[in-house]
Write a new protein. Structure first.
Length: 103
């Protein structure tokens, strides 16, 4: 729980400094990259992480309707993105995050 609180605080601090994507990568690095990973692996994983974030953001900016206010179609598209990412994280969690106890 303390790790999560720390990551949430770090995310807020980095976001306030214009570093939201960097905050996400820091979380990924803590959670999934071995401490002894070579620098090239860390750099390549950071590149992939930022490329994914850039793709999502530029795609969102491209698909939004030109109106000043979000349209129903905009909301539908955002909902589909949300569902796709939730499905990914649910599947990822099932495959990679062991649970305690037995079912």
């Amino acid at each position: 729980m303390a790790d999560r609180q720390y990551l949430e605080r770090l995310s807020r601090e980095l976001t306030d400094k214009g570093k939201l994507i960097e905050a996400g990568f820091v979380g990924l690095r803590i959670a999934a990259i071995p401490l002894d990973a070579p620098a090239v692996q860390i750099e390549e994983m950071r590149n992939a992480f930022f490329a994914g974030a850039q793709h999502l953001f530029s795609s969102i900016m491209t698909i939004l309707e030109p109106d000043a206010e979000p349209t129903e179609k905009d909301m539908q598209r955002m909902d589909l993105i949300d569902k796709e990412l939730r499905a990914f994280i649910n599947d990822f969690t099932l495959r990679n995050c062991p649970t305690e106890g037995r079912s």
